[in-house]
Design a protein around this ligand. Structure first.
Ligand code: PGA
Length: 248
């Protein structure tokens, strides 16, 4: 596990974007595993900027997203498909046919999830998987629980996740209670993982993920078993690791 300790959100975003851009430069037809949320917004901003400057092309890039809310249509402004379009896809030359986000309106979730996993497996898994992290240590929407779930699956969101995401909706009651999430099989199958976090509210989750027991009670802790993980954090998210004497 390599840890980049950056000054603030902006520096974290730039570093994450550099790592993604390097992957694309190295492998122009790479399969990127993409994430949504406040954490990757800044990195996507850098990537769009570099694309506009002609430094980067997404022409042959393919992508699969980690998760989507159950019940939200792609054009709902809080759906993760909408997020990806407005933060990245609409501004770069990626082929829309090469982008995949779980279908929150699927009528047959089991068949959909099986097909999602089959697709990822058939591609030889993701080349670079971008991850944010929840305050409770979730990655994708793999919430803390009794076991790590391997397959893409429908998840009941943790109350703390609903609380954290309520800021994006008119009221807490409007936050979907379920999501479709890639499972740990696809995440751990990725050739390289890029975990990003910013802010003090992520410090416990980052510390637990890097130094804690490998346990489904902190889902991101499973990344300790992955051979190629890059963690990019700002000072605030690093603070509990620093307090534990961890050097980076
Ligand atoms: P955030 O969410 O980037 O909006 O903080 C991350 C997550 O919950 O995985």
């Amino acid at each position: 596990m390599r840890i980049y300790r950056e000054k603030d959100y902006e520096a974290m975003s730039r570093r994450a974007a550099q790592i993604i851009a390097a992957e694309i430069a190295h492998n122009p037809a790479c399969l990127l595993g993409l994430a949504t949320g406040s954490t990757p917004e800044g990195a996507y901003r850098y990537l769009v900027d570099w694309y506009k400057q002609g430094l980067l092309s997404f022409k042959d890039v393919r992508s699969v997203n980690l998760d989507e809310y159950v019940g939200l249509a792609p054009d709902h402004d809080q759906s993760y498909r909408y997020f990806m379009q407005s933060n990245l896809f609409d501004h770069v030359d990626i082929d829309p046919a090469n982008t995949r986000v779980p279908d929150g309106l699927t009528r047959d979730a089991k068949a959909f999830c099986d097909e999602y996993d089959a697709f990822i497996r058939a591609q030889g898994y993701v080349d670079l998987q971008l991850l944010g992290i929840g305050r409770n240590g979730h990655i994708g929407f793999n919430e803390p629980g009794g076991c790590f779930v391997k397959e893409t699956h429908v998840v009941d969101l943790a109350e703390s996740t609903i609380d954290a995401n309520a800021r994006f909706f008119a009221s807490r009651d409007d936050v979907p209670k379920q999501a479709i999430s890639m499972g740990m099989g696809a995440i751990m199958g990725a050739k390289k993982v890029l975990l990003c976090a910013s802010g003090e509210e992520k410090a416990d989750a980052i510390c637990g993920s890097v130094l804690g027991a490998i346990s489904p009670s902190c889902p991101a802790s499973i990344l300790q078993l992955h051979p190629d993980v890059i963690v990019v954090v700002d000072e605030a998210a690093f603070s509990k690791l620093a307090a534990a004497g961890f050097q980076a």
